[in-house]
Design a protein around this ligand. Sequence first.
Ligand SMILES: NC(=O)c1ccc[n+]([C@@H]2O[C@H](COP(=O)([O-])OP(=O)(O)OC[C@H]3O[C@@H](n4cnc5c(N)ncnc54)[C@H](OP(=O)(O)O)[C@@H]3O)[C@@H](O)[C@H]2O)c1
Length: 288
Amino acid sequence: MPRVGLAGLGVMGWWIAANLRKAGHLVAVYNRTREKAERFSKEYGVEVARSPKELADKADVIITMLSDSDAVSSFVGSVMDYVGGKTLVDMSTIHPSVSVKLAQEVSRRGGKMYDAPVIGTSVFAQQAKLTVLLGGPKEGKEAVEDMLKATAQTVVYVGPNGAGLYAKLVNNLMVGVYVAALAEALEFGLKAGLDPNVITEVLSKYTSASPTTAGLKLPKMLNGDYSVQFATKHMRKDLEIIQDEAKGLKSPTLLSSLALQLYRITENMGYGELDYSAVKEVISGKRR
Ligand SMILES: NC(=O)c1ccc[n+]([C@@H]2O[C@H](COP(=O)([O-])OP(=O)(O)OC[C@H]3O[C@@H](n4cnc5c(N)ncnc54)[C@H](OP(=O)(O)O)[C@@H]3O)[C@@H](O)[C@H]2O)c1
């Protein structure tokens, strides 16, 4: 079994390390603020590395779960002379371009690097139920997948270096907009006097803003098949009703007013009677 070392005992890294320890993989931890690593060591009985180099000395596989591109660049930079024969697995969410450059340098030094960003918050991490989107060299990926299964319910190999991070950003683009829209929809409903429980039930149980809609609309977008399920003109109309009502309610409509403009353009481009998934053509800038 490879010896695993982990750097970054933050909100996520702590639980990932704990799961790897329970599975018998983890031998050492490093954290910039040493007292966190010492607390972890006391609780889980693994060694504390006092520097990135010491972690690299103790481990064959080095996992990083750090804040951002600068943190990962700085950590990987400081172990670059010791990565020969080792595997680096970066679970942080960072710039794919930065990750790819680091992976190339690691490869020149005789090591391997994977980007392995995760979907799921600390609760998922604690329960070993994360989803990992793995990018990196195909050869040898099975060993990395097996090791990650100690902390993830699902590990999906998505392609070469950087692909895991791009897949993660695709997800976060959607989630970032979705949660902001959720806030806007909630406020609109509250201002209209709806019972918060009704709003919660509609948006969590009955809503069509769900993966089912993605499953329905993504093939239409990819194939340019805008045969009508729900017409653009109707989506435009519904968003206009929301704008009209929101005026009286004094409810902010930042995202829904932007969406209305997008569907107006879709309609002006000739897709009024066709499916509203044709908004994809506005985004990609193609004329019908
Ligand atoms: N939290 C989530 O729900 C979640 C979900 C999915 C993905 N992510 C991603 O996972 C990563 C970690 O998130 P987190 O929530 O665990 O963050 P966090 O709690 O803020 O932990 C960040 C970790 O990075 C270390 N660090 C920061 N800058 C550093 C530097 N320059 N050099 C060395 N170490 C440094 C911190 O060390 P110190 O203890 O010394 O500060 C800490 O261990 C992020 O990229 C985040 O976007 C988070």
